[in-house]
Design a protein around this ligand. Sequence first.
Ligand SMILES: N[C@@H](CCC(=O)N[C@@H](CS)C(=O)NCC(=O)O)C(=O)O
Length: 200
Amino acid sequence: MKLYDIPISPNCRVVRIAARELGLPLELVPVNPRAGENRTADYLAQNPMGKVPTLLDGDFALWESAAIVLYLCGKAPGHGLYPSEPRAQAEIHRWAFFNASHVKPHVFTVMFERVMKAMFGMGAPDQNLIAHAEKELKRFLPVLDQRLAKSEYLVGDYSAADVLVGAVIERCAPAQIDLAPYPALGAWLARVTARPAWKE
Ligand SMILES: N[C@@H](CCC(=O)N[C@@H](CS)C(=O)NCC(=O)O)C(=O)O
């Protein structure tokens, strides 16, 4: 399988981590957005958003990082990252949707405004966008913290839910989003990111 990849992209990183955990080799195809490689007709035919990641499995092209992670889980049946019980799977899906709707957009907004704009000389951070994102995170990060105060991982043992949410929460530090009010979330993040698949 090929992964169209930007090394610094957290959305690509989450796919690389899941593949590593599942023992599925990926051929990484670097995409250079500055050279417009994500906007060519060939690339858009595989991913009409013109974004990364895109997974290519034979003639099957899949985009959206969470969908790719769950597809990879399906390629490794019986692996603990995606247990076979319907309720565990439903909980993994629930955290995946929760993350994509209520956490990731806000963490990435703050990261874009505070980090990426400075990195690429894109002007001053928009403080209104940051304030809105931080307000939303003050509502939704406690949901994760409360869950993780009760159990080591989001769903049973370490699962795809921890990979999907962890790859977003680890961006809080560079985005200067303070996790001190959420001690269980911080301890879980340390546990998850210490795994070899994350370090590699
Ligand atoms: N919802 C998508 C978001 C993908 C995304 O925003 N990718 C960024 C890199 S992290 C990208 O390709 N940016 C380049 C662009 O938008 O031109 C996913 O989870 O895969």
